[in-house]
Ligand binder design. Sequence first.
Ligand code: CMP
Length: 142
Amino acid sequence: AVERTLSIIKPDAVAKSVIGKILARFEQAGLNVVATKMLHLSEELAGGFYAEHKERPFYNDLVAFMTSGPVVVSVLEGENAVALNRELMGATNPKEAAEGTIRADFAETIDENAVHGSDSAASAEREVAYFFEDSEICPRTR
Ligand code: CMP
């Protein structure tokens, strides 16, 4: 089925100037960018986004990293978008990510792992709505 998923190009990848290379991978795999924006997350916005990790030992470092520089937040649309995006990203830990995946190619550590992608259809719905109004999403007309 055609799905939407949320993608974040994290501060490490923005700093490396690989925004275009990462978006190109999504497009080459058949995922359409139907919304996108750059923003520098506040602690409140980053903390709210990762609220489910609040009790995890890495939470404070995660929020500090995600607020350390600008990010690019996008909605990707396509057949099986949630799983396909996760396949393109590779494992959370870049050291375990399959060859040719975004994290294998552009990230070094689990804390600074270049991209985030929704992990389920339910998270995707919540995460897309967290960053985008319906009116900001622009489905293809041609
Ligand atoms: P992300 O998909 O953005 O979701 C939460 C992030 O926490 C994750 O990517 C990692 O960058 C980071 N993180 C740091 N340590 C861990 C860990 N042990 N398990 C999962 N995520 C971690």
